[in-house]
Design a protein around this ligand. Structure first.
Ligand code: NDP
Length: 263
């Protein structure tokens, strides 16, 4: 029996155990997926080996620490320095990032996205920004503090804090902050959020399973919006494919994983 987990703080909200266990159960794969509250990200590697894990997902706030904890990084994670999936291979930790492709899967129904405003500058924002730039979109990033903006500036995004923000027009505004996850906060002061919502065609939030104050305001303005559920499904399918080492097709994984959304 292989063991998988999700590391995070907080982690009790995570639907990943339901999703991955649904795949293991329906496809008859001998594995179990749990959740692990991890306060100190620097203990991630040690904890991974102590628990004898075969793989893990990583959520807030440990995705950047997880990158450093790996022996080898493969694919898109190399470009962003952020890891949300780890697989154990011959005693080594191999890191991947499936968040950005998961998000692109989620917004397939949004048409003609050329310019995006990202709210937040954490691990998820990094992955999305690089993916959007690869897709030739114009990317602006608005964060409450300046310290994390340098990365985005270097890769070619316009960057702002709340105090120096310059409004433009956008096809999509996406909230990647954790504001609204366990509180009732907006990702920026209300007037600022209202102004960006007045300047976009579509909105999305990466938080799932609840109507965040950000999406509630977008709905009030009759904007098309998406919560993070489809992104969760998209990144989960890609992570599970890595966990089962290609034993099942994406379509099989998707069908089994979707069953967990009915629970
Ligand atoms: P990080 O901890 O790396 O970054 C958090 C960001 O949010 C920072 O930019 C921080 O700003 C900002 N922030 C936090 N609190 C507030 C607040 N009250 N007001 C304004 N800004 C705030 O987190 P991640 O990028 O790893 O995750 C962010 C969110 O994305 C989480 O809610 C997570 O659950 C969700 N997520 C969902 C996924 C899905 O599949 N649907 C996948 C991945 C993530 P500062 O720099 O100033 O501290």
């Amino acid at each position: 029996m292989k063991l998988f987990t999700i590391f995070g703080n907080p982690v009790s909200h995570s639907r990943s155990p339901l999703m991955h266990n649904s795949v293991f159960k329906h496809l008859g794969y001998p594995a179990c997926y749990t959740r692990t509250y991890l306060e100190d990200g620097s203990t991630l590697r040690e904890t991974f080996f102590n628990l004898k894990l075969s793989g893990a997902n990583i959520t807030i706030p440990h995705k950047e620490v997880a990158f450093k904890a790996c022996d080898e990084i493969r694919g898109f994670a190399n470009k962003v320095g952020v890891v949300n999936t780890i697989v154990e291979e011959n005693g080594k930790l191999i890191g991947y990032n499936t968040d950005a492709d998961g998000f692109l899967y989620a917004i397939l129904e949004f048409e003609n996205i050329k310019s995006v405003l990202i709210l937040g500058a954490g691990g998820t924002a990094k992955a999305l920004a690089i993916k959007f730039l690869e897709e030739n979109m114009q990317v602006s990033v608005l964060n409450r503090s300046a310290k994390r903006l340098q990365f985005f500036k270097t890769v070619g995004c316009k960057t702002f804090t709340w105090s120096d923000f310059q409004l433009s027009s956008y096809d999509l505004v996406v909230n990647t902050t954790s504001a609204g996850l366990n509180d009732t906060k907006l990702p920026a002061p209300k007037e600022l959020v209202a102004s960006v919502l007045g300047a976009t065609r579509y909105t999305a939030d990466v938080i799932y399973g609840k109507l965040t104050p950000f999406l509630a305001l977008a709905k009030e303005k009759n904007l098309p919006c998406k919560d993070g559920s489809d992104m969760l499904l998209g990144q989960g399918i890609l992570a599970n494919e890595l966990f089962v080492r290609g034993k099942f097709k994406k379509q099989q994984i998707k069908a089994s994983m979707q069953k967990s959304f009915l629970l």
